[in-house]
Design a protein around this ligand. Structure first.
Ligand code: G3P
Ligand code: MG
Length: 233
């Protein structure tokens, strides 16, 4: 089962900061997950459009100048990182799941990934782009057909797996409250991997593994890996 460090090792470090991603490299996580907005031409890694929950600032991203945004404290004195900084740290070291939050992120992401391929030798097959905004994923796929995408859903639609197939996605990312063996089987029959967010409890993790879930997003990846090892020992 693939363990993605959700917003980095966000259970122990401030979410979506470089130390949280560096910690994921140490744990042996399969991958990291991060959230992406475009701010004044720069791709920035933060979960909310409103900065209040995760920083010492107040207001919307677009209310800040770049200098003021990067001066914010995102926890333990860490600034909000750019996607480029995360790629510099993590490229080719684990799978990087980039979740598009901002509606305008696709063209800038394509440009940055091309730059990373040139300057960091980034392998595109180590990147997985996901979003709840499915037309945005479709747009991205048009701009960069070889990019791997994952379809995020927060509900249990009649055609969840078909959504992923239609978009030529490799994975379907589901809320932990809405997953069952039937959905996993449908996904697998269609050649789609099924990932679940956000799984932080041992019993839940093992139950999902037992119904065939391929991966989970977890705030405590070291603990999750230990639970898996203990259960199989
Ligand atoms: O990508 C999985 C998960 O992060 C989606 O929800 O709100 O944590 O970004 P959220
Ligand atoms: Mg996310």
């Amino acid at each position: 089962m693939k363990i993605f460090a959700h917003r980095g090792v966000s259970g122990h470090f401030p979410e979506n900061t470089l130390p949280a991603f560096a910690a994921a490299l140490q744990t042996g996580s399969h991958g990291i997950e991060l959230d992406l907005f475009l701010h004044d031409g720069e791709l920035v890694v933060i979960h909310d459009r409103q900065v209040d929950r995760t920083t010492n600032g107040h207001g919307l991203l677009e209310d800040f100048t770049p200098a003021a945004l990067f001066a914010l404290d995102a926890g333990n004195g860490q600034p909000i990182p750019t996607l480029w900084q995360v790629l510099q740290l993590c490229a080719n070291r684990l799978e990087i799941n980039i979740e598009l939050k901002g509606q305008d992120t696709a063209p800038a992401l394509v440009a940055l990934l091309h730059r990373a391929q040139k300057e960091l030798a980034l392998r595109l097959d180590s990147v997985l782009v996901s979003s709840f905004h499915h037309p945005l994923l479709q747009r991205l796929k048009t701009l960069l057909p070889e990019i791997r995408i994952g379809v995020l859903i927060a509900h249990y639609p009649l055609d969840g797996v078909q959504l992923a197939v239609q978009l030529n996605a490799v994975s379907l990312h589901c809320d932990r409250g809405f997953v069952d063996r039937a959905l996993v089987n449908l996904a697998h029959q269609a050649g789609i991997e099924l990932y679940v967010y956000t799984v932080n409890q041992q019993r839940e993790l093992l139950a999902l593994r037992d119904i065939g879930v391929d991966g989970v997003f977890c705030n405590f990846p070291a603990e999750a890996l230990q639970w898996l090892r203990t259960a199989t020992a």
